[in-house]
Ligand binder design. Sequence first.
Ligand code: SF4
Length: 233
Amino acid sequence: MIKKIKNNLFIILIVLTYISLFIFKKELAITSVKNSGYYIKEMLMIMPIIFVLTALLDTWVDKNTIMKYLGRDSKSKGVFLSFILGSVSAGPIYAAFPICVMLHKKGASIRNIVIILSSWAVIKVPMLINEVKFLGGTFMFTRWILTIIAILIFSYISDKIIKDEDLMVEKDYLNNKVNINIRACIGCGICKKTYPEFFSIENKKAYINEVDNINNTLVEKAIKDCPVNAINK
Ligand code: SF4
């Protein structure tokens, strides 16, 4: 029961806020419900398309490609591509979340995920075009340059603070709930030798392959043999 409450704490808080609003500020509560209804309707229209798109990208684009172009070792190429990806996107920012989850699962770095999300939110091309129309080219260009500098700085800082395993998806990665601490992994290849169908080594880091039936004995052995305790369940 306590675990259920903990897991749904955010929703419970929202419901309690609405109830309090209806008791103490009825008009405000009605306006809030109307606004929420509008956004829920918008999300229901957009999100199915995003989920289909994410699933297609997940199937068509392989992990090596994502790692090469958006992974930790992609360096300035990854930064540039992340800016492009976020800037040419369309749709509200929440549409970016499932796409970023998929990209991270396939090896995109935290820094590049932050750049994609930030560019998607504040320097999208359609937004810039409208900005020029309403506020003028000088305003748009100055804000664009300064925003890019800010994104570069805080994506770098975020990458130092947030670890791959801090992302909620990491522990449920693929179908097996086995997690690799990418930062700790030294790429020795012992896990791959133990269970080659399940572990692979790319760019001197271990990754997990999707398998139909996981062999827990071999996973346990890999966990035990890993010299830096980078694998856990
Ligand atoms: S055994 Fe551990 S350190 Fe070695 S490659 Fe596998 S996860 Fe990385």
